[in-house]
Design a protein around this ligand. Sequence first.
Ligand SMILES: Nc1ncnc2c1ncn2[C@@H]1O[C@H](COP(=O)(O)OP(=O)(O)O)[C@@H](O)[C@H]1O
Ligand SMILES: [Mg+2]
Length: 362
Amino acid sequence: MDQILRITNNIKISAEIEQKPKKTNKKTKKAKNTPKTNDFKFLNTLQKGQNSEIYLVENEKDKKQYVLKLIKKNSISNDKDLQRLFAEKTILCEIKNPFIVQLHHSFLTETDFCFLIDYINGGDLYQILNYVHSFTENEIKFFAAELILALKAIHKANYIYRDLKPENILIDRTGHIHLTDFGVSKKLEKNERTNSFCGSLEYLAPEVLKNQKYGFEIDFWSLGMVLYEMFYGIPPFYSQNLREMQKNILNQEVNFEGVCSSEFKDLITKLLSKDPKKRLGSSKKGIKEIMKHPFFKEINWTNFSNKKSQPQFIPSFFFNQENLIQNENLELKKNSFPSLEKTNPTCLDKILFKDFEYDFRK
Ligand SMILES: Nc1ncnc2c1ncn2[C@@H]1O[C@H](COP(=O)(O)OP(=O)(O)O)[C@@H](O)[C@H]1O
Ligand SMILES: [Mg+2]
């Protein structure tokens, strides 16, 4: 009975997603170009988590490298999980922005949901920060401006991103940002606020910790956290003890040690306002309020939007996965690569997940 209830609920979600006729047409045309499972050669494992696996693959046809993100079907156990999965796909399909990773295909195998995404080859900001420890204010300004433009596009489409942290900020070899991982993003209806508890603890806004209703401002809090970490190498309220860290987020003032400009200090202080109503960006002007802050006074936003700005930090060759690949014995790793072999979709798959493209071995 439970199973039937779950399925019925899920069908409702699929049906909601399908109410967008324009998209359906596009997909029918695109379906011809859907990659076949045996088009891919696995090159490396970038990350293996409990629910998702990220692989670097090469498309044997065009010889281009992509990232294949697999989300385990058995990690989707309720409506919320399913909604998030569809939100991740919908955002990647809907929002075309130079500072957000691009999705090429999504498809199902017997065990996984698969996203084929651009491979961003300079590393993520977490890896890079581990190596360089901190950035200069000029470097931070550049990254911040691109991040703000990515958030602006996400908010414009009425999504809260909810997971801004260094691991989800990818840098390409030319030094530009690509935001990834929309696994916990949420669409807000007009004037809607939410109170789901999700995101990564270090970067959670006080109102989320307090279980209060929240909106787009939580992304501005996380922006403040990330910019601080870029300068100081550690998030402002960090503690190895999670309770302690939670207390710090709720009560502690931001500590600005060392030399930073008064504009940078002012920006971070205003982004990290514990009261979401006083936080920079919370007014009706939204993110434009942040763009107008004196820290960004010399930024030409039109140039940035057109990607005509000059990157300030180029990731070292050290971070290129191609380098790692040469150093690893692929033969040994082959057993740990997943199979993309397909079986015919089950009836349930056809009903619940028909918004995903299928791809069959011929
Ligand atoms: N398109 C990509 N190009 C390069 N590396 C990526 C890409 N997507 C993800 N990664 C790497 O894999 C990690 C996890 O990916 P992510 O999509 O954030 O998965 P999860 O939902 O498990 O956090 C990222 O932090 C990054 O290091
Ligand atoms: Mg992530």
